[in-house]
Design a protein around this ligand. Structure first.
Ligand code: SUG
Length: 425
């Protein structure tokens, strides 16, 4: 238990999908992003799918948070790129990206029981590997500074220096006997040199652990399997997820799978591993369906549920494996599919869409916590103001539509006004 024995909750802060959600194929190494590049997108449907997921979890878990879309198009970035018409279309699309919806990349979070000063520490991810994501952190930090302004309970750091790529919680797992207990934090990094970028650098992970004041004996640093990165697992959370004492992982997630288990177990002896062998679900099928990009949650009755994308139910191999797992006597008692197809087509599953923060909800700025009335409000603003469809040419053409820019700016402004969060404009 944390000092003072306060009981802490895990709060999932989902990113509300912004009105510029589009498919510009910007993320090298992210197979869904590459294969859907050029497709029309449906921002309104995407954002409503996200709210429906939040509503389900509010109902299941009793608590749910959210983070707001960042201001787009980002005119500062657009100006700094000095367009002349000769540049690749991707450079013109970057300032329009709605990628902040994937809040698992907003920050790395170390809850209070793990840190030297007994506060919850957050480090915004610098996301330097991809231009369209590198623009996120200053506005993300502003939002974290507001949501977690209580300095007695939270510390919000600056980002890791840009030499070291940091992608936040997507490459970080926490094992603990209960959320309020001291945990072991597992940092997963990639080694550069492959066909696709290794987005999380080892030194970034080590720096975050030091900044957060973690106990070195309660930190484990593990290398991602280069073959998993090659297969499209651009973040560790595409092939593994942890909750309390359980690690749910593909058998080919880590460079040295047995060594990783041993290192984690040395720091956290109660570790329970649910491993999916490649013979049951290949790495390619795991990445296609995002089985591991799931929310592994503890429900109020203490049973664990796995919230997976609908795509898992459509895969014979994956769904068959899930059914067997639930029928067995393992820790995961239910698998719940959710429809986040618009996000999935850009490589973002249920787990990408949320940032987990273990804390006392009373210490969070209340405007960032969802209730049913606020969910209704968010839905009505989205239904009224979010564009129904965006074609990549709408945003990457040399003369990208001024009309669309003012519409999406007004849409976000309407949401902030409805939620009384105008100071983020
Ligand atoms: O960084 N997609 C995101 C998906 C992030 C998923 N997050 C986690 N695994 N936690 C990315 O690759 C696609 C944007 C585009 O192609 O236009 C994109 O940025």
């Amino acid at each position: 238990m944390e000092r003072g024995a306060v009981s802490l909750s895990e709060i999932n802060f989902d990113g509300i999908v912004g009105p510029t959600h589009n498919y510009a194929g910007l993320s090298l190494g992210n197979i869904a992003s590459a294969s859907h590049g050029g497709d029309p997108s449906y921002p309104r449907a995407a954002a409503l799918q996200g709210v429906a997921k939040m509503r389900g979890n509010l109902d299941r878990l009793g608590v749910q948070g959210f983070l707001l879309p960042l201001p787009r198009p980002n005119t500062l970035l657009a100006e700094s790129l000095h367009y002349s018409g000769t540049e690749p279309a991707a450079l013109r699309a970057a300032p329009w990206s709605a990628s902040s919806m994937w809040t698992a990349n907003a920050a790395t979070v170390s809850p209070a029981p793990d840190t030297a000063d007994g506060r919850c520490h957050l480090t915004p991810a610098n996301l330097v590997t991809m231009l369209h994501r590198a623009q996120e952190w200053p506005d993300t930090k502003r939002q974290l500074d507001l949501a977690f302004a209580d300095r007695e309970h939270f510390a919000v750091h600056g980002p890791v220096p840009p030499t070291f790529g940091d992608e936040g919680a997507a490459n970080h797992m926490r094992l603990c006997e209960g959320h309020s207990a001291k945990g072991v934090e597992v940092f997963v990094y990639g080694r550069p040199g492959g066909r696709f970028p290794a987005r999380q650098h080892e030194q970034a992970s080590r720096l975050v652990a030091r900044a957060h004041g973690l106990d070195p004996d309660a930190c484990v640093f593990v290398e991602q399997n280069p073959a998993a990165i090659e297969a499209g697992a651009f973040h560790n959370d595409v092939v593994a997820v942890a909750n309390e004492g359980v690690l749910f992982t593909h058998a080919e997630a880590f460079a040295d799978q047995a060594g990783a288990y041993e290192a984690i177990r040395a720091a956290f002896p109660a570790l329970e591993i649910v491993e999916v062998p490649a013979s049951a679900v290949s790495l390619a099928e795991a990445i296609r369906t995002y089985l591991f990009n799931a929310q592994l949650v503890t429900r109020p009755d203490q049973s664990m549920a796995l919230i997976v994308p609908e795509e898992c139910r459509e895969s014979e191999a994956v769904w068959g494996w899930c059914e067997n797992m639930v029928a067995s006597n393992g820790p995961i008692r239910e698998v719940i599919p959710v429809d986040v197809r618009q996000s999935m087509a850009n490589g973002g599953g249920p787990a990408c869409l949320r940032l987990r923060v273990v804390c006392d909800p009373a210490t969070v700025h209340p405007r960032f916590l969802l209730d049913e009335a606020q969910a209704d409000l968010i839905e009505s603003v989205i239904a009224k103001h979010w564009p129904e469809q965006i074609d990549p040419s709408d945003i990457s053409a040399v003369d990208a539509s001024d009309g669309l820019a003012s519409d999406v700016i007004a849409a976000r402004t309407a949401l902030l006004a409805a939620l009384d969060l105008e100071n983020l404009i």
